[in-house]
Design a binder for this molecule. Structure first.
Ligand SMILES: [Ca+2]
Ligand SMILES: [Ca+2]
Ligand SMILES: [Ca+2]
Ligand SMILES: [Ca+2]
Ligand SMILES: [Zn+2]
Length: 481
């Protein structure tokens, strides 16, 4: 390992000694020079002076964990912290293993560890690790070697793996993000579905005996660990009554506490992003999406593309008490992320609403035990519908383009019905891969027909002609193609 030496150097000497080719007095043996270069990576200013941080490099490649810092006080005194590792001068820096192979090996190790850390060990619910970067680097010290430094994402957060670039062996793999798991209580997806009971009502946000059993205890993954509901995929930025806070990440509230809805948004969006990653997509609104919870007192929620923020209303049933409302709005955020300026035509807007409804339904499938799957927002709708089942909209209305009325939510039912038929024909995984992949080819002002064509194209390229034919059929049934 590196020698972590702090040396005090006088001001006069420092002026002569520092530059980009500093050599250390300590730690280097003649045949193993510490470095051929130091690269300045950061300069910090404190009350007492300046702090220069250098990355150790070898033949232009970073040396993993090799650092060098120079602290210069205002009086001119210089302190050196030398954390360089010795690297043999003849170390070969040409990789034998391709970066993609290294990424695969690293992801296998990261994925296996993430699965074993999963509380219920449900293999299907744990997304595979996906790698984000692979860079050549050098490890110094007694086991000096050339490595691929692979950064991967998994349910554990961000991991760094070092893969020997000559042999392909994973030398080291560890979680480097300080993501934390927390605890929360949620509805999943909502009380009507989980309790299979269409007679449940809001009762002015009371925690009634009927609604109590719908509360479910869950793990909140990918939290940043700052005691707030902020993490890799969700950031509760604003909330009525203030942001939920817990030093030990225990966010345990029932529905009559306004913080319950904050936990709902965090949990349900994290679920959806883990699912999207499990499909192999690492660039679908892959960011900490801002939410504002209960800050709008109408019975409506909305996605604001100008601020990239989702606002959840509190009219009737608090909207964030129904995961299907959250997932619908998140559907808008997904489309806006994939297609800049999305929704610039009536049909594009209708596709947006239809996709949001579909996304709510497909996300509900694993937690609904088949309870009226095509019904959208079963719980929120109890506030404003009198007939049972309570649904804001459905994905199985049978509408076709003959039924277009020129209102995006109504016409969205044509699109959501097509997507739901694709879901039934292809199965959930294939259907969602095809539908998300197709979205990458949308124009901001796409038409039903154009969006359908690129979805068919995605099906053909991903799965072949037979699958594409099933997708075509689903659009033809809606008279879209
Ligand atoms: Ca509530
Ligand atoms: Ca976003
Ligand atoms: Ca509502
Ligand atoms: Ca539903
Ligand atoms: Zn909408």
């Amino acid at each position: 390992m590196a020698k972590r030496v702090i040396a005090l150097v006088t001001a006069g000497l420092a002026a002569a000694s520092f530059g980009l080719s500093v050599t250390s007095a300590a730690g280097a043996t003649p045949e193993a020079k510490p470095a051929d270069g130091l690269k300045l990576i950061k300069t910090k200013t404190s009350l007492l002076g300046k702090h220069y941080w250098y990355q150790q490099t070898f033949k232009g490649l970073p040396v993993v964990n090799g650092y060098y810092a120079k602290h210069v006080t205002k009086s001119g005194a210089v302190q050196i912290a030398d954390g360089r590792d010795a690297v043999p001068a003849d170390l070969d820096v040409s990789a034998k293993v391709p970066s993609a192979t290294a990424a695969k090996s690293a992801n296998a190790v990261v994925g296996a560890r993430a699965r074993s850390a999963e509380p219920n060990k449900n293999l299907n619910s744990t997304p595979a690790a996906t790698s984000t970067t692979q860079q050549l680097a050098v490890i110094g010290g007694p086991n000096a070697r050339l490595v691929w430094n692979v950064t991967s994402r998994s349910t554990e957060g961000v991991s760094r793996s070092l893969v020997d670039a000559k042999t392909g062996t994973v030398v080291e793999s560890k979680v480097i993000s300080d993501n934390a798991d927390g605890r929360g209580i949620v509805f999943d997806p909502n009380p009507v579905v989980s309790e299979r009971d269409e007679s449940l009502t809001d009762q002015d946000d009371a925690n009634t005996d009927e609604l109590f059993p719908a509360h479910k205890s869950v793990i909140l993954r990918n939290l940043a660990g700052n005691g707030k509901l902020e993490g890799s995929y969700v950031n509760i930025a604003k909330a009525k009554g203030g942001l939920a806070q817990s030093a030990d990440n225990r966010f345990l509230y029932y529905r009559d506490d306004d913080r319950f809805e904050q936990v709902m948004a965090y949990y349900q969006v994290n679920q959806t992003q883990e699912y999207i990653h499990s499909l192999g997509f690492s660039d679908v609104n892959n960011e900490s999406q801002d939410f504002e919870i209960n800050t709008y007192n109408g019975d409506n929620s909305f996605y604001d593309p100008s601020k990239d923020t989702i606002t959840m209303g509190e009219g009737g049933v608090d909207d964030a008490e129904d995961a299907e409302v959250i997932w619908h709005e998140y559907g808008h955020a997904i489309q806006d992320d994939i297609v800049p300026g999305y929704g610039e035509s009536l049909e594009a807007g209708s596709i947006g609403e239809g996709f949001g409804d579909y996304w709510a339904v497909t996300m509900s499938v694993p937690v609904s035990r088949n309870f009226d799957l095509p019904c959208v927002m079963d719980w929120d709708a109890t506030s404003y519908t009198s007939t049972e089942p309570h649904c804001l909209r459905r994905t199985d209305t049978g509408k076709t383009t003959d039924d277009v009325v020129g209102e995006v939510h109504d016409d969205g039912e044509i699109w959501s019905n097509a997507l739901w038929d694709i879901h039934k024909a292809l199965g959930r995984t294939k259907a969602n891969k095809v539908i998300l992949e197709g979205t990458f080819f949308y124009a901001p002002d796409t038409s039903f027909a154009d969006a359908a064509r690129v979805t068919v194209q995605a099906a053909r390229l991903l799965y072949g002609k037979a699958t594409a034919a099933k997708v075509t059929e689903a659009f033809q049934a809606r008279k879209i193609l």
